[in-house]
Design a protein around this ligand. Sequence first.
Ligand SMILES: CC1=C(CCC(=O)O)c2cc3nc(cc4[nH]c(cc5[nH]c(cc1n2)c(C)c5CCC(=O)O)c(CCC(=O)O)c4C)C(CCC(=O)O)=C3C
Ligand SMILES: [Fe+2]
Length: 365
Amino acid sequence: MTENALPYDALLLCSFGGPNGPDDVIPFLKNVTRGKGIPEERLAEVGEHYHHFGGRSPINEQNLALVAALRDELERRGTALPVIWGNRNWPPYTVDTLRDASAFGAKRVLVIVTSAYASYSGSRQYREHLAAAIAELGAEAPEIDIVRPFFNDPGFIRGNLEAIEEAAARLEGGLDGARIVYVTHSIPDTMQEASAVTGPGYREQHEDVRATIDAALHERHGIEISSSLAYCSRSGSPHVPWLEPDVNDHLEELAAQGVKKVIIAPIGFISDHMEVAFDLDVEALETAAEQGIAAVRAGTVGVRPVFVSGLVDLVLERAARERGEAVEPRVEGSLPALPDVAPPGSCRMRHGEVTGIPVIAGTAD
Ligand SMILES: CC1=C(CCC(=O)O)c2cc3nc(cc4[nH]c(cc5[nH]c(cc1n2)c(C)c5CCC(=O)O)c(CCC(=O)O)c4C)C(CCC(=O)O)=C3C
Ligand SMILES: [Fe+2]
């Protein structure tokens, strides 16, 4: 075993969490929506999505699979670095995982958050969450760093590309004549604006991934690619604007334009959790069928070797930088790597307000 992960002595996969059975659903939703002003009706509706799958989200087992895959890949590289797991909204909670790690002697922990893109929901909220965990642990707390947002990591791009090619193979005639509809989680317009203050915004990060994958598909298959970006899983009050088009409205619009063949590519999610399992596999595929569109849903990157290997590259890159070595961040696409530490004012809450909530890997302003 080599010590190329130094100065870190553990890698924490920090995720969202989800219910493991019917009794978990309401308490989980209460954890998620505390102080968020989500209407009761929306909560009931989302509760139904979980009950449709026996009250269980696939997200926890998918995170465990990713933990196992990261361990295997680190082992394969000869890197001695334990991998641990903690969530924001459901056990194992991050604070408990970190307390255990500290008891076993961990002094510096590197974190991968399970969101590839920077926005309040995918980035600053995790940084606030980790700061709160550290505050709770007090003197026991390890020092924590976070791997930069990885939407333009070559492993993430290539993993999505592979998944789209596999999906295309399930359509008659393959990629030829297929429209690719890239899908991500909608966010409020105000959160989008706040995400774009110090760098490329949430939408722009996705647009870059779309352009990069389209170009790679064109190069590999010699086919002109026609694609668009749509959104799923909007919540909140119907009077508040969120990013559009909704994937269902968009499929209707494409059908009206004569589109007959679609690949739905969920680039906004790293595994097939509830938004993918319900909002895409149940709702969007039903909309496509109603509209006479032959549609397939591409896989998420999940534990694809190219993706997992890219994550390990990011870990080793960061470790080397912390040791003072000059390492160029690897990216694919037209945007630069986002910084390791978020600039002041980045990804504030929905309305761009300064909350003063402490964060790690950045400042509270
Ligand atoms: C950008 C984004 C990601 C992607 C980045 C990332 O991966 O982190 C994401 C992930 C996830 N969101 C999830 C679940 C929920 N999100 C909700 C609510 C919200 N999400 C938002 C945004 C995002 N969310 C926003 C702006 C809200 C409104 C409230 C607020 O302003 O914060 C609600 C409340 C009900 C509702 O309103 O839908 C639930 C239950 C799960 C678990 C799924 C499972 O169990 O498999 C995961 C991975
Ligand atoms: Fe969410």
